[in-house]
Design a protein. Structure first.
Length: 98
C-alpha cells in the first residue's frame, strides 16, 4: 500500500474556496466509491494549513487522478497557496480506524 501526505498553506482569502473544492472531491468520491483508495483531508484551526492523506492499494493506480472534482481542485492550487503543496511518501507504522 502506498501512502502519501501532502501539506500546504493557502492565502487567507482562499481558505473558503479551497475547502469548497475539497468538499466537492469528497462528494464525487462518495458518489463513485472508487476501489483501492482511502483519503482524508484536514485543515488547521486557523483555516490556512491543509493536510491530505491518501492511501492507495495499488501504487500505479490512483483513482483521485481520474476524478473530475480532484482535477478542478488541483488545477489552480498554486495560485491559492502561500506555501505550495509538498508531497511525501510515508510508511504506515500503525493505524487505528483509518
Amino acid at each position: 500500500m502506498k501512502t502519501v501526505i501532502v501539506r500546504y498553506t493557502v492565502k487567507p482569502d482562499k481558505s473558503e474556496e479551497n475547502q469548497g473544492l475539497i468538499k466537492k472531491v469528497f462528494e464525487q468520491l462518495a458518489h463513485e466509491n472508487p476501489n483501492g483508495l482511502k483519503y482524508m483531508s484536514t485543515v488547521s484551526e486557523d483555516g490556512l494549513n491543509f493536510t491530505h492523506i491518501a492511501m492507495l492499494e495499488n501504487a500505479d493506480d490512483n483513482p483521485l487522478g481520474r476524478t473530475e472534482a480532484f482535477k478542478v481542485f488541483t488545477a489552480e492550487i498554486k495560485e491559492r497557496c502561500q506555501v505550495p503543496p509538498q508531497a511525501i511518501n510515508v510508511e504506515v507504522v500503525g493505524s487505528y480506524g483509518f
